[in-house]
Design a protein around this ligand. Sequence first.
Ligand code: NIG
Ligand code: FE
Length: 396
Amino acid sequence: MDRLWTNARLATMAGDGLGIVEDGVVACRDGRIAYAGARAERPADAAEIVDCAGRWITPGLIDCHTHLIHAGDRAGEWAMRLEGASYEEIARAGGGILSTMRATRAASEAELVETALFRLDALLAEGVTTIEVKSGYGLTVEDELKMLRAARGLGETRAVRVSPTLLGAHALPPEYAGRADDYVDLVCDAMIPAAGNLADAVDAFCEGIGFSPAQIDRVLAAAKATGMPVKLHAEQLSALGGASLAAGHGALSADHLEYAGEADVRAMSAAGTVAVLLPGAFYFMRETKLPPVELLRAHHVPIAIATDCNPGTSPTTSLLLMLNMAATLFRLTVSEALRGVTVNAARALGLADEIGTLEPGKACDLALWDIGDPAELVYRIGFNPLHMRVKDGRCC
Ligand code: NIG
Ligand code: FE
């Protein structure tokens, strides 16, 4: 073994709950978990032994839905919203996503990496070891590819796994005003083929201020035709049946879901589509319609939690805060919340065989915590008890 973490308490996330092992050991070989379990059966030797002094170890956290790469901010629009303007009014007046689009188009790839690092570093400081990063503020082939390259660049600059997602169908760029179907053609015929090597999945925004179900259907079909997995921003502001549509395409996840109903949940259950809940956007939008958590439970739909870090609806870089909000606002249990940023977040990225639990064969991505009970990770507000982050077996 290369390294053993001993004298630890493990929340492995294997099985149904937290998968707790008191007096546990994690062993790493070649960046992979070789053993995670009770001390009695631990491997005998290792080049290095780390005494965890009774600390808790969880899988490294996974933020499975972010818009981390973008230029500028929208603090001014937030001020307008506090004066009474709505998100949709601002969007229809050319602000919102399009204001971030203008700033992002004007930025170079290097600038996009540079300006995202402070957000990334805040996430890493809370034990995040994998992050999904969407494009969607470029809205030309070149600018979308620039965003995807910048997303990959983050993973070359810091010890973190980055999963880039093409979100070309995020908003209609002004040069296509009145020609939404032509823009959807561009997404399907040019962006998706061009993003093949740069993106792990394709996402879209199914909404009145985004794209219609018929347009989304074309985008998801084009992605599937090139072999790319799909996911969808669905039922965030209204019920358009996007979640069912996504599930019909075998989507990895449907995200937001405040307005999803039973038919959506049934379709997601049948397809194995993960429900990614985004309490930061719910909170910041002062949404009052709760996502259908009881239905998700009843139909055994896996629930993931993410920051949705973006300048318009969720300007947060704290996944730990999202755990608390998922519990307070959406009434998730401790186990549901923590599985939402580990095992189920891995599923939402199609990476369940790679990350998300402490099990042999997976990447040795760990978070070590100065806590007495895993519930503390969900309980505290604005408090970070991370002791150490481990990526591919290396402390960082
Ligand atoms: O996840 N819903 C669409 N996309 C983002 C918002 C993006 C923005 O306002 O810049 C979201 O909420
Ligand atoms: Fe989003």
